[in-house]
Ligand binder design. Sequence first.
Ligand code: ADP
Length: 172
Amino acid sequence: MRTGAIEVVQGDITKEKVDAIVNAANTSLLGGGGVDGAIHRAAGPELVAECRTLGGCPTGEAKITRGYRLPARWVIHTVGPVWHGGKHHEDELLASCYRRSLEVAVENGARSVAFPAISTGAYGFPLEGATRIAVREVRAFLEKNPALGKVVFVCFDRYTHDCYTRALAEGA
Ligand code: ADP
């Protein structure tokens, strides 16, 4: 599905041919399960070597590395909030992940960026709320940053894909 500069696709983010892919990392930035593990496996061991130089990353922030063996030139590592019921600033922190990732992307000259559904796997953020926040933040950013040409939401499964499609149709 296409809505302006936003696309939703079902697939594996490590295969995306965009300038930058976003990693749903943990605060250590030293690799983990889920999409983080897939990105490190596909990029090769040089990725964790560069990550070791970064000194971790706080929740809601983002740091950039090269993409090594990935088709993407850059990986932007962001740390989503762990869901603790919704009253621990989870919404604001997730919104910050999307904003900060896009700011870092644009600062480095990226014109196309792909996101996984940050925090909605092991970190337990309810998917519908997470997709609404993602769509809202990306739309707001695109309006203010014409240099960014395209943002892709890469969904690993059909249910996630359907949630994004609904959030886009609803205007989030
Ligand atoms: P978090 O710890 O932030 O919740 P996870 O990696 O557990 O991160 O899950 C985030 C989302 O990424 C989930 O929707 C999961 O299904 C998805 N995912 C896992 N592997 C991939 C992949 N290779 N490409 C795209 N999305 C993926």
